[in-house]
Design a protein around this ligand. Sequence first.
Ligand code: NAG
Ligand code: NAG
Ligand code: NAG
Ligand code: NAG
Ligand code: NAG
Ligand code: NAG
Length: 377
Amino acid sequence: MLILLIFFLLFQLSDSQLVIHLNSLKGENFQNLISSTLPYSLYVSANEDSTEILKQIFVQGKNLDEIRDLKNSKSTGFLLSPLKIQSSSAHISSSLPDYQLASLKGFIYVTTTKQALDDSFLVYDVAQRQTIRTNHTGNYTLVFLNTNPTYSSTISNWTQGSSSTAKMYKGYPTDLLEDSFLFSNPVEPVGKDLKLFSVVEKFSVRFPIFYFKITNSLLFQIESGSFDLDGYSTAGYDSTGFYMKPRNEKPKNFTITCMKDNRYNGSTGILMSGSNLPTDATLRIKFNADDSSFSIIEIADIRIPGFAVNMIYSSLTVSSNNTDDGEVYVQYYILQDQFVGTTSTVQQTTMIPVTTTKGSNRGYAVWVLIMFLCMIF
Ligand SMILES: *[C@@H]1O[C@H](CO)[C@@H](O)[C@H](O)[C@H]1NC(C)=O
Ligand SMILES: *[C@@H]1O[C@H](CO)[C@@H](O)[C@H](O)[C@H]1NC(C)=O
Ligand SMILES: *[C@@H]1O[C@H](CO)[C@@H](O)[C@H](O)[C@H]1NC(C)=O
Ligand SMILES: *[C@@H]1O[C@H](CO)[C@@H](O)[C@H](O)[C@H]1NC(C)=O
Ligand SMILES: *[C@@H]1O[C@H](CO)[C@@H](O)[C@H](O)[C@H]1NC(C)=O
Ligand SMILES: *[C@@H]1O[C@H](CO)[C@@H](O)[C@H](O)[C@H]1NC(C)=O
């Protein structure tokens, strides 16, 4: 009896478990209890899994294949409609044997009550290319689920209203205060006032779940699959973009060409953070100028929030070292400043280290930044 009880408790899906991996379910008609607080919304992302198997797993009389396909018919994109669990606790059950469930790759995403009751809490599956659009007024939480083989999503054609703000986070949102964001627009450029960049460059992320907090109107396209930044050319004089090095992958060096008008001065900046990085992880940015001179900045501690240089370069080469096991997130920006007439030959490169600290970086008062200036004429 005691053993049975322990067994039951072990398989009770806990409160905090808002993502239930299908391969963790127990089969043979076991009632896997979802013990979240009622009411809540439930979504399924399972793009790699067999429809036949999904049709044999049930929650409140609906099978997972049906739940996965619940789409909001009024919306233009592939906004998902949740299975709403209102008044009595729900179980996931299947007559299939455990080993068949263990082969599944998808997951069930369960929201909190507050999220379930929020009309501006929207969940999408990135399996299909779609256009995401928010209205002129209002606060939105947009959650993206990805169960494609590499968890890659690519975001492009970003068009943001002048009163709009957007921040991107990894994982799923909780009801608590947000963690630190990985990308935002407006950006807080190092040592400058908040700036809404008119151009957000195409970028990729690699997460099974991530979300945006958005105020007012924003439009972008999202699709499954990754996009290689190496060789990319930026599309605006004032622009920002994002790069992420995924976990368990060797970093690749990449070079992006920066659109610039030599009659203006300006600055180039990097805001960064990381996850699961060893202390010897480094990030290196090589700033290449028109006359083939260059500067290299090597950041010996990725926990510093960012830095900027008072110059716009023709290209940037980013590489990192000892980051294989962890994730590195980089938001870069190129900010045009004032008309200074015809090209001044050699501009002084002044580095402005950051003075502000982002939420996750508190406590890291000591940081090391090594800069090499290698001017070759
Ligand atoms: C935008 O507003 C319209 C009309 O008020 C509404 O029908 C629609 O659902 C809203 N869109 C979003 C994404 O909230
Ligand atoms: C959006 O959120 C901000 C800050 O949280 C709040 O001041 C504002 O009133 C909200 N706007 C709407 C339309 O709910
Ligand atoms: C998105 O951007 C691409 C490349 O800039 C362009 O070819 C395409 O037409 C755009 N799509 C929309 C819907 O604006
Ligand atoms: C990446 O760049 C670093 C120096 O910035 C260099 O040592 C390394 O060989 C490069 N790796 C590749 C794969 O090109
Ligand atoms: C651009 O030049 C103006 C005028 O000389 C100067 O005030 C400003 O600080 C410069 N901007 C940058 C980013 O160096
Ligand atoms: C990368 O780190 C290793 C070990 O810390 C070091 O031997 C190597 O020189 C570093 N490579 C670069 C390009 O910094």
